[in-house]
Ligand binder design. Sequence first.
Ligand SMILES: Cc1cc2nc3c(=O)[nH]c(=O)nc-3n(C[C@H](O)[C@H](O)[C@H](O)COP(=O)(O)O)c2cc1C
Length: 155
Amino acid sequence: MRSLAVFYSRTGVTKKAMHSVASMLRCDIEEIVDQKERSGIFGYLKSGREAMMKSIARIERAKKDPADYDMIIIGTPVWAHNMTPAVRTYIMKYKEQLHNVAFLCTQGGSGGEKVMKSMQELCGKPPRAALILRTKEVMDGTDAEKLKEFINKLR
Ligand SMILES: Cc1cc2nc3c(=O)[nH]c(=O)nc-3n(C[C@H](O)[C@H](O)[C@H](O)COP(=O)(O)O)c2cc1C
């Protein structure tokens, strides 16, 4: 089965988790690039507000065509208990090309369950597997067991 790990990450946490997924699954990976400046406190505030409003982002055109893959693993940080605008936009744009999906999100503390539900609704199909990780466990590497379990469900 051909898989693609697609993610958005503002500060590198989701990026780290998704790179682990891609290397464990030996699959392709693509970072979604949001063209909006989101650094600093103002970036944080406007990002939270936009996520809450379910706003669309201006994202760069994907380099890899999701239609070429049997499975797309989508990764997003949790923002204000919502998926990021970049991931929302990617799903809306490529929905028809997403044959099978799996979801991963990273969060400081809470909101992941709600994000998983909204991603399922937006994709219009249940995920093969879903994983919610805390920022801390991604950064200190204690997510290894959870990642292994997640990968096993995708194989
Ligand atoms: C705008 C914004 C809103 C956030 N809202 C939440 C939240 O509702 N719940 C939570 O647990 N973490 C929240 N976080 C923390 C991130 O989800 C967490 O730090 C994540 O691992 C960051 O991933 P990244 O480094 O890939 O961007 C928020 C972070 C940002 C920037």
